[in-house]
Design a binder for this molecule. Structure first.
Ligand SMILES: NC(=O)c1ccc[n+]([C@@H]2O[C@H](COP(=O)([O-])OP(=O)(O)OC[C@H]3O[C@@H](n4cnc5c(N)ncnc54)[C@H](O)[C@@H]3O)[C@@H](O)[C@H]2O)c1
Length: 258
């Protein structure tokens, strides 16, 4: 387990799927966690569960596309725990469409959550980390940044933009002591993935089994697979890693194109 003892960590989208696994693993590894999302019931349950286990975790309800909400989440971490060591910009939404049918409200939702949410986390976390002379910002991108998923053009574009954002921030702020990393999951068993199977002509279990057979490791990813990698990347043991994208996709990207 990575050593995150006493690290103060903000996780957006920290109440479901990948973000939930990250928030739980961070708290169980000794970190002081602030989870932010638009799911107040799940947030309350997470904070209660972690507290009952003897760990430290607060929930902050808020929309990552709203600057005041992100600012308030960063402020909560600093006010309650005295600093902000790690910000994990993980909140995301997935919507598919043919570009010719694109509703502009879907475009704005994807960009507001997936890209603006990441931008706002960086905007408000960096000044705190700069004052500390140290910090790590991790972004959750996707293999969709590199693979042309059919009928997901705007989602793919939003995730590729996050990688570009992460690299540019590295050149600006890593000399100030702030590291930037991105995790790029493949197919991970989360509520987002389950929702994307709705409307298919096969049951979810059948679809998942077929997908697993195409992945070189022959299984789908679990949220904890991503959480373990993030825990390492944001720990001091990963001190030389900045500007990197770590793929967590069971070998999918290594497959030949036939
Ligand atoms: N599941 C996968 O296969 C997969 C693959 C690649 C990348 N990802 C990315 O991983 C991240 C997490 O996805 P997941 O699969 O765990 O999804 P999920 O739907 O289980 O969780 C998404 C989280 O984001 C939060 N969220 C959504 N809109 C928000 C908003 N406006 N403000 C604050 N929080 C908001 C939700 O409340 C939830 O906590 C996303 O960025 C997603 O794009 C997922």
């Amino acid at each position: 387990m990575a050593d995150l003892k006493d690290k103060v960590i903000l996780v957006t989208g920290g109440t479901s799927g990948i973000g939930l696994a990250c928030a739980q693993l961070f708290a169980r590894s000794g970190a002081k966690v602030v989870a932010m999302s638009i799911q107040p019931d799940e947030g309350k349950a997470l904070a209660e569960q972690m507290t009952a286990e003897g760990h430290q975790c607060l929930f902050h309800p808020g929309d990552v596309g709203c600057e005041e909400d992100v600012k308030a989440a960063v402020r909560l971490a600093v006010d309650r725990f005295g600093r902000l060591d790690v910000a994990h910009a993980n909140a995301g939404v997935l919507k598919n469409q043919k570009i010719t049918d694109l509703a502009l409200e879907d475009f704005h939702l994807l960009i507001n959550v997936n890209l603006l949410g990441a931008v706002l986390v960086a905007k408000h976390a960096i000044p705190v980390m700069r004052r500390q002379g140290k910090g790590v910002i991790c972004f959750t991108t996707s293999v969709a940044a590199e693979i042309g998923f059919p009928e997901h053009a705007v989602y793919c574009a939003s995730k590729a933009a996050v990688v570009a954002l992460m690299r540019s921030l590295t050149t600006d702020h890593t000399p100030e002591g702030i590291r930037f990393v991105a995790v790029s999951p493949g197919t991970i068993d989360t509520p987002m993935l389950a929702a994307s199977c709705e409307g298919w002509d096969k049951p979810k279990e059948e679809l998942y089994a077929a997908v697993a057979q195409k992945i070189p490791v022959r299984r789908m990813g679990q949220p904890i697979d991503v959480a373990r990698a993030v825990a390492f990347l944001v720990s001091d043991e990963a001190d030389f890693i900045s500007g990197s994208v770590v793929h967590l996709e069971g070998g999918t990207l290594a497959l030949p194109p036939w």
